[in-house]
Design a protein around this ligand. Structure first.
Ligand SMILES: [Zn+2]
Length: 127
């Protein structure tokens, strides 16, 4: 898998394009068991907020939020593909849809670890 230090990502229809700075390649690719991710099914990798630029189609992205309204989930309003989200578990990170990366076949990453998102760290009360 050839991940460039600056790598492009696109939704399916091409209306939305991202430019991702990934000096360490794919960081922490994972699936997640939370109510959102288990339905979405995408493998997500991590990038710092400043390492994601929307180079095309920002106005074609739709924002979806739920529950605590902290995480920001973005998807293309034309083709419906999830491109990235700002995390609740770490608001300094975006998670990106690995399948949107140019030239990347997400099935090459299997088996992918599954993050225990249904037991979210921010929902845990420490007694
Ligand atoms: Zn699209």
């Amino acid at each position: 898998m050839d991940i460039k230090s600056v790598h492009k990502a696109k939704c399916h229809c091409g209306a939305v394009e991202l430019e991702l700075t990934m000096p360490n390649g794919l960081e922490d690719p994972r699936r997640c068991s939370c109510s959102m991710c288990r339905k979405r099914g995408a493998i997500a990798a991590s990038v710092l907020l400043e390492n994601l630029k929307i180079i095309k189609g920002e106005d074609n992205l739709t924002l979806y939020q739920f529950n605590t309204m902290t995480a920001k989930h973005y998807f293309c309003k034309t083709c419906g593909i999830y491109t990235h989200h700002q995390r609740r578990s770490n608001p300094h990170q975006f998670a990106i849809n690995v399948a949107c990366l140019e030239g990347v076949n997400p099935y090459d990453l299997e088996p992918v670890k599954i993050y225990d998102g249904i037991h979210h760290p921010k929902d845990t009360i420490n007694l």
